[in-house]
Design a protein around this ligand. Structure first.
Ligand SMILES: Cc1cc2nc3c(=O)[nH]c(=O)nc-3n(C[C@H](O)[C@H](O)[C@H](O)COP(=O)(O)OP(=O)(O)OC[C@H]3O[C@@H](n4cnc5c(N)ncnc54)[C@H](O)[C@@H]3O)c2cc1C
Length: 362
């Protein structure tokens, strides 16, 4: 029997961030991961720290994202300092390009300002100054949007957690959760773990895992594919979004082109159709990328949820089981605030924001 005060199931950005804040609050924490740490959706993501086209979303998602965005500079700096792995956080802003198929609403700038974001309209001439190689007529510039190199952030988080004494066990796939009075038993084959509190942050797999408790959560995998191009550093200083696609340049010049949104259950394959779709977008909007070789193509399974609104809180009727899952397209952005909420709940403290929109269905 293995014992810990708190066990976190799932070592993606959500589970690792929760483990960090809970450990810093003084509790003993173990993280159990079915595969390798930080190698699922959190690794695959683009690292843009904001909702894309925020005006499309409900206030509940926007409020959580805003809190995440406000914390990110300090969050990534803390991880960098503790681990010496630079997550390449960059307050680059984001350019949203208008397009006939995905027009920017006329009132978007004033709408953004109502959320405290200092957005502004950008003309074709200004666009040519900001990023001369971009093809576009009208855009809005969102200065509060930052980016992070998520695989490095995850590696840093892992090192930080280990330095803080968090036990991390890989290749442990929990298949049964057994609630008991005052504690929870977790089972994998004939191995048993016991904790006073369990945080389920199993991403796209959360609904399957909680089915063992007879719960049906509306969380399902939504595949996203990305291609990586070998670019020249500094050619695309600001990430660009148009419709469902975006370009993000890393510090070393590599350019991520994302992403697709596919309902293919747990299939993590990549496709030629997606590669062509993403390349055609990149070549049209950013012509220099026509000469950039493709380095890699990958996919990840987002933990899809209704309206992109995650579920954060106690499982109804359970005193010791919390859930932090269903972060869909914005789990990187919302991880820091999710971790604070979960930690407050574990400690029996009042959360710092209204968390009723994220409560779990009965
Ligand atoms: C292509 C793509 C682009 C994206 N771009 C962005 C972006 O730019 N900005 C942004 O904010 N978000 C982005 N996202 C979304 C973001 O990546 C996710 O919301 C986030 O990673 C979810 O984190 P998670 O920890 O819940 O899930 P995951 O990272 O999937 O972690 C869950 C972990 O739980 C483990 N697990 C599952 N079941 C069990 C079990 N039974 N026992 C033990 N372990 C288990 C899994 O192996 C996994 O490691 C993107 C996602 C994709 C796929």
């Amino acid at each position: 029997m293995n014992r810990s005060t708190v066990i976190v199931i799932g070592a993606g950005i959500i589970g690792l961030s929760c483990a960090l804040r809970i450990r810093q609050a003084g509790l003993e924490v173990t993280v159990l991961e079915q595969g390798a740490v930080g190698k699922e959706a959190s690794w695959a993501g683009g690292g843009i720290l904001s909702p894309l086209h925020p005006w499309r979303y409900q206030p509940a998602l926007l409020a959580l994202a805003r809190e995440g965005m406000l914390r990110y500079a300090a969050f990534s700096q803390e991880i960098f300092q503790a681990s010496t792995i630079d997550p390449e956080y960059l307050a680059s802003g984001l350019l949203v390009l208008d397009s006939p198929t995905s027009p920017i609403p006329e009132d978007s700038v004033s709408w953004g300002r109502s959320w405290g974001w200092n957005w502004r309209n950008v003309t074709a001439a200004e666009l040519a100054e900001i990023a001369p190689q971009l093809q576009g007529e009208r855009a809005i510039y969102c200065p509060e949007v930052a980016q992070v190199r998520n695989p490095r952030l995850l590696a840093g988080l892992r090192a930080y957690l280990q330095a803080l004494g968090v036990a991390i066990q890989e290749e442990v796939r929990i298949d049964t959760i057994i609630p008991r009075a005052g504690h929870v038993i977790l089972q994998v084959g004939n191995k048993i773990w016991e904790a006073q509190k369990v945080v389920v942050s199993a991403g796209a797999w959360t609904a399957d895992l909680l089915a063992s408790l007879g719960r049906k959560l509306p969380i399902a995998p939504v595949r996203g594919q990305i291609i990586l191009l070998a670019g020249e550093p500094g050619t695309l200083p600001v990430p660009v979004l148009q419709g469902n696609h975006y370009l993000v340049q890393r510090r070393d010049g590599q350019v991520l082109v994302g992403s697709t949104t596919e309902l293919v259950a747990f299939d993590k394959g990549t496709t030629t159709a997606a590669r062509e779709e993403l390349l055609s977008f990149s070549h049209r909007v950013f012509p220099p990328s026509r000469s950039y070789p493709i380095l890699r193509q990958w996919s990840g399974l987002r933990p899809g949820s209704p309206e992109n609104i995650p579920m954060i809180g106690y499982l109804p009727g359970m005193e010791n089981i919390l859930v932090a899952a269903g972060h869909f397209r914005y789990g990187l952005t919302t991880a820091p605030i999710t971790a604070e909420i979960i930690t407050d709940l574990v400690l029996g403290r009042q959360a710092k924001m209204d968390i009723s929109p994220y409560s779990l269905p009965k």
